[in-house]
Design a protein around this ligand. Structure first.
Ligand code: ZN
Ligand code: FE
Length: 260
């Protein structure tokens, strides 16, 4: 399968997954770049996958459905432009010959889902919307820190060679924060240089590799002693609170919200 990221708005990526002359798009916040790519590559749009209800992820759904007849799939519990086929965690889904696992990942929104393709070649693929970003995670608009931590734990358990297809190019600003939290992390230092070079060449930092995220992303490392210590210092957590994974994660997310 071929993965192409279509830039949209200031920093969104609409992910186009191609197989022969067919394609699936994930989170089309805008129809225009998708229609251009379909015409340029001579592709038929088979399906539209939606991770959550925000406008920058669903804004192009109606126009694309009308233009292509593609079937729309989205989380059952979210307000997605109708008509759409609701997806549920644990219910099998298959598109373009690929098995897809639907994962419930509440936190950014209440019904947010991710789509995981375990058999994709050359390695598994994850479309995670605004749940996991390279070096960061989504803001908690509707969910609790406990929900987001559980969602990130579920994603962290996927194979290390998973290609993580995030919906925004937030990597460099996320890494600036990550280094404030975890300044002695040499993997993180090296990854920042790598990503700065990619961006200087106008290239995306995505897909990210999950194994790398486990080494550099403070939100996947919230239980690491260095991260826990930095958060406790920053937020002034007492010893009891510092031992509480959810409290540490909540304070880390708040630190990021306030970070300039
Ligand atoms: Zn969002
Ligand atoms: Fe978004």
């Amino acid at each position: 399968m071929k993965l192409v990221e279509l830039p949209a708005f200031a920093d969104n990526y609409l992910w186009l997954w191609q197989q022969d002359d067919q394609a699936v798009v994930v989170d089309p916040g805008d129809a225009a770049p998708v229609l251009q790519a379909l015409a340029r590559e001579g592709l038929i749009l088979t399906a539209i996958l939606v991770t959550h209800h925000h406008a920058d992820h669903v804004g192009g759904v109606d126009e694309l459905r009308a233009a292509t007849g593609a079937q729309v799939f989205g989380p059952a519990r979210e307000n997605i432009p109708q008509p759409f086929t609701p997806v549920m965690a644990g219910e099998p889904l298959s598109l373009l010959g690929q098995h897809i696992d639907v994962l419930d990942v509440p936190g950014h929104t209440a019904g947010h889902v991710a789509y995981f393709l375990p058999h994709a070649e050359p390695s598994p693929v994850l479309f995670c919307g605004d749940t996991l970003f390279s070096g960061g995670c989504g803001r908690l608009f509707e969910g609790t820190p406990a929900q987001m931590l559980a969602s990130l734990d579920a994603l962290a358990a996927l194979p290390a060679d998973t290609q993580v297809c995030c919906a925004h190019e937030y990597t460099l600003s996320n890494l600036r924060f990550a280094l404030a939290v975890d300044p002695r992390n040499t993997d993180l230092q090296a990854y920042q240089i790598h990503c700065q070079n990619l961006r200087a060449q106008g290239r995306p930092t995505l897909p990210a590799r999950l194994g790398t995220e486990l080494q550099i992303n403070p939100f996947l490392r919230a239980r690491h002693p260095d991260v826990r210590h930095a958060v406790a210092q920053h937020a002034g957590l007492d010893a009891k609170t510092q031992a509480d994974d959810v409290a540490v994660f909540a304070a880390l997310r708040q630190w990021k919200n306030d970070f300039q």
